[in-house]
Design a protein. Structure first.
Ligand SMILES: Nc1ncnc2c1ncn2[C@@H]1O[C@H](COP(=O)(O)OP(=O)(O)OP(=O)(O)O)[C@@H](O)[C@H]1O
Ligand SMILES: [Mg+2]
Length: 404
């Protein structure tokens, strides 16, 4: 080791006193430098990525993401960072799990400073020098797409699209969770013929922060592999759920799932605003009537002020040629392009809802299903909206502009 080079260590433990104690033990060896601390698994992964320590000293039982899961993520996606698990559970099965997750060594709590320092130094001799490539290219972990299906007009087809989209992605073997944040009258479970044992209302009784294992207990699995966090069974429970709860739920789920699809009620409330902030894509659902176009126009303005314009994909639902308004006129009025169109197909869409089988399953060759598949491709590719500058013509919808 270069004389000046120190062995860089990140301490991940939710107990502040334990972190302090480890720091103190490490201070006995001047070659060891603590470069950071993390108080849960999610933070441990994030800091390992930022700080590129030689070693992460990883506690096992931590909130949001446990130490084994965090070890797995670090080992898979952050080259050159080794994990040493610290745990009171000293049984063989536990040790096996830690090694399977990719840990390089294991310390039984409580351990002495000699044991700790010896473990780090000997591991550094074996692996540290070979492993530490600060410039190594990080293997990008699979990114979670958080897709908010939104619209400020009721009944435009948000839930229909959210459910079918989630189902299609699950059929593609993606890990998908569908979050029903239409907290008063959410009907995702009905659309999927599910009878949830637990809903978000019971989940939040567990407190303000959850780990993944706990949260998973409150999800309702569908045979397809799709998981659902259902809306409360009764509208009066809706007010128990806060924007902070929604944020926490999404933060925990995003470490595990490929896609989080969020169904929303048609309004700008605190929860929707928090979700719009966190999401990576917004599907703004539009219908072909003047009232919906007016609402969509206002929504676009608000979302632009909130800096979400780049995330928006405008989706025209119930598209049809005989509505008295053309798509081009709607786009011109909104100054925004429609990215996907789902046709009006009552004979497929409504029975699918009544039977609780999404139409992408019950009728995969229907036009509506094809349109959802195309939409899923757009989402998977993360395609951005093309901005086509337009000159505003006030001829057709002058009424909308006068209201401003
Ligand atoms: N493309 C379509 N073709 C025909 N019917 C449709 C289509 N999309 C949605 N519908 C029907 O419109 C009705 C409203 O749809 P949905 O519940 O998905 O709207 P929503 O935006 O979620 O409403 P809310 O604002 O009340 O939550 C449902 O009966 C649904 O079957
Ligand atoms: Mg709905």
């Amino acid at each position: 080791m270069d004389k000046a080079e120190k062995i860089r260590i990140l301490i991940a433990d939710d107990n502040e006193e334990a972190r302090l104690n480890i720091r103190r033990m490490l201070s006995f060896d001047v070659k060891l430098a603590v470069v950071g601390e993390a108080c849960d698994g999610v933070e441990a992964v994030q800091k390992a990525k930022e700080l590129r320590p030689h070693f992460v000293l990883m506690d096992v039982n931590m909130p949001r993401m446990d130490g084994l899961k965090a070890t797995e993520r670090i080992t898979l996606y952050i080259p050159g960072v080794s994990v040493i698990i610290m745990s009171v559970q000293g049984d063989q099965e536990y040790l096996r799990k830690a090694m399977m997750a990719g840990a390089r060594s294991y310390l039984n709590k409580p351990f002495s400073s000699d044991e700790l320092i010896h473990t780090i130094n000997s591991l550094y001799q074996i692996t540290g020098r070979k492993q530490y490539y600060p410039e190594a290219q990080e293997i990008a972990p699979p990114k979670c797409e958080i897709v908010t299906v939104f619209g400020t007009k009721g009944g435009v087809g948000k839930t229909t699209l959210a459910v079918n989209l989630a189902m299609h992605l699950a059929k593609k073997k993606k890990k998908v969770v569908l979050l029903d944040l239409d907290l008063q009258f959410g009907d995702v479970a009905i659309f999927l013929n599910l009878y949830p044992k637990h809903t978000i209302a019971e989940l939040i009784q567990e407190g303000d922060s959850f780990d993944l294992d706990l949260l998973e207990n409150y999800l309702t699995p569908h045979d397809s592999g799709l998981k659902v966090l259902a809306a409360p069974g009764r509208p009066e429970y809706a007010e128990l759920i806060t924007a902070a709860h929604a944020e926490e739920i999404i933060n925990v789920l995003k470490a595990e799932y490929d896609y989080i699809i969020v169904d929303t009620p048609p309004l700008f409330n605190d929860i929707n605003l928090a979700v719009l902030d966190m999401c990576t894509q917004v599907l703004l659902v539009l219908g072909m009537d003047l009232a919906t176009i007016k609402n969509t126009k206002l929504s676009l303005e608000v979302l632009t002020i909130l800096n979400h314009r780049d995330k928006i994909k405008l989706i025209l639902n119930r598209a049809s040629d005989d509505m008295g308004i053309t798509i081009a006129q709607a786009e011109e009025t909104l100054d925004f392009d429609v990215m996907a169109k789902v046709p009006s197909e009552g004979r497929v869409v409504v029975p699918a809802l009544n039977e609780g089988i999404p139409f992408v399953v019950s009728n995969p060759t229907s036009k509506a299903s094809m349109a959802v598949q195309k939409l899923a491709d757009i989402i998977m590719q993360g395609k951005k909206n093309q901005k086509i500058p337009r000159k505003r013509s006030k001829k057709m919808f002058g009424r909308l502009f006068k209201q401003r």
